[in-house]
Design a protein around this ligand. Structure first.
Ligand SMILES: [Zn+2]
Length: 454
């Protein structure tokens, strides 16, 4: 309680700074609930909410109780004060303006500011709700308000290259689409669904703002239905297919299918201990087969060696992942076309030799999408930001924020993937609260020096 015992004038200044227009009248503390209750009284006139003038005449007065940020070593702070209803010369009869509280709020701006700062630092709504003894829905509303202010109007005037991706929202069939700026790696658009109809909104918005002509390239998954949108809305853009998704597709459609075939063969030919060993070796085989060799640890390397030794099909497929990676790194269009043709022929040869149809399907797909593959190098496209974004979104989904509120989820994605751009979200501090579309400076610092003894 050091502050309160500072002597009247120091305490007065302290409280006037924190709760401008009021001074401390009385206080009580409770060690059991770790709480402090501060009773304040007004000093001077009230401010009229309509004309902003000082007002000395009051219609009525009511006692208000609000929550504030932890202070003076107490976790819970309650502020009790009389709220005056002004009778102003301008004709207004309304509650006075209080600098440290937005109208009708049950928490002070300072508490909002510290809650928002924790949320920006990565805390979940649940954890801040527990920490500050507020309702979960209040924490979420505060988070949403700051996110809305920071991410509602993203500047697209400099955007030239886009990356589009989709991800599943829940286990099942609900999807969302994200669009990133390939240069800044910032997520610039998120929407529910992955159909042309749902994603069209973004392209229409680009057109309306006059930026559609700026876009030079759009990278996407080969399965996506977006190429027609690009042709329709972006006159100067080429469609590119990103290597990240092609490797994913190769793993899922070719390697996993090959693994299953090998598993079937060992089941037919082996038994007892040898069968168990072979089964164990084939489990998750696709991951060591697709990983770059220099990223394998000793155990994985050993697994890879054994897999290749015992399974001719996997051994034949093994070089393909590297060929795909090299193709997507290739800067020269003719060279890329040659690499693509080699890759395609090898796929067909493997399909014939092993009677393995998935390799043939993959080869056909490469041929169909050739134009969007050989162009990739020219734009120096890297799929790293996409991989990073994918992982971050996965983590965000796992935190299970109660993302039935898609709008909130969408804003959260913007906040975790701001890219290399400067943004308000990163530069705010706990001295600022974002409330109802405005940034409010809260002048008192939270002092937590645990001066009281229990
Ligand atoms: Zn007035």
């Amino acid at each position: 309680m050091a502050d309160i015992l500072l002597g009247q004038s120091a305490a007065d200044t302290y409280f006037t700074n924190a709760y401008s227009g009021y001074r401390l009248k009385d206080y009580s503390t409770c060690a059991v609930t770790d709480s402090i209750t501060l009773k304040l009284e007004p000093i001077g006139p009230a401010t009229c909410p309509k004309c902003g003038q000082p007002c000395y005449k009051f219609h009525s007065m009511s006692e208000r109780e609000v929550r504030c940020a932890p202070r003076d070593g107490f976790q819970r702070t309650t502020i009790v004060f009389p709220l005056r209803r002004v009778r102003c010369a301008c004709g207004s009869k309304a509650n006075e303006v209080i600098a440290w509280l937005v109208p009708h709020s049950r928490i002070t701006n300072k508490l909002a500011a510290v809650v928002q700062a924790d949320l920006r630092a990565g805390a979940t709504c649940c954890s801040v709700a527990g920490k500050y003894h507020i309702d979960w829905t209040v924490a979420k509303r505060l988070d949403k308000e700051q996110l809305q202010l920071c991410f509602s109007d993203i500047d697209l005037s400099q955007t030239k290259h886009l990356i589009m991706d989709e991800f599943s929202i829940s286990k099942g069939h609900r999807y969302a689409t994200v669009i990133m700026d390939a240069d800044t790696h910032q997520v610039i658009f998120v929407c529910k669904g992955k159909s042309g109809k749902e994603v069209k909104v973004f392209f229409e918005m680009l057109q309306q703002k006059g930026y559609a002509g700026n876009i030079r390239s759009v990278a996407m998954d080969m399965n996506a239905c977006f190429p027609s949108l690009v042709r329709e809305y972006l006159p100067n853009a080429v469609v590119l297919y990103d290597g990240f998704h092609v490797l994913q597709m190769f793993t899922r459609d070719v390697l996993v299918a090959a693994k299953k075939l090998c598993q079937q063969r060992v089941l037919e030919s082996l038994c007892g201990k040898a069968l168990n060993t072979a089964k164990r070796l084939l489990a998750s085989a696709q991951w060591v087969l697709v990983k770059p060799q220099d990223e394998l640890d000793e155990r994985e390397f050993d697994k890879l060696r054994k897999l290749r030794e015992h399974n001719q099909l996997l051994n034949d497929l093994y070089p393909l992942a590297d060929m795909i990676r090299n193709l997507w790194k290739c800067k020269n269009k003719q060279e890329a076309a040659r690499l693509l043709e080699n890759l395609r022929r090898l796929c067909l040869a493997i399909a014939n030799a092993h009677k393995f149809e998935p390799a043939r399907t993959f080869a056909k797909m490469l041929k169909r999408r050739a134009s969007g593959i050989v162009e990739v190098g020219r734009f120096g496209f890297s799929s790293c930001p996409l991989e990073g974004a994918n992982n971050k979104i996965k983590v965000l989904k796992r935190i299970a924020y109660g993302f039935r509120d898609f709008e909130y989820f969408r804003l959260k994605i913007h906040s975790i993937l701001p890219g290399k751009t400067k943004n308000l979200y990163k530069s705010l501090t706990s001295s600022f609260a974002v409330l109802k579309d405005s940034i409010i400076k809260c002048c008192f610092h939270v002092r937590c020096f645990h001066a009281h003894s229990r």
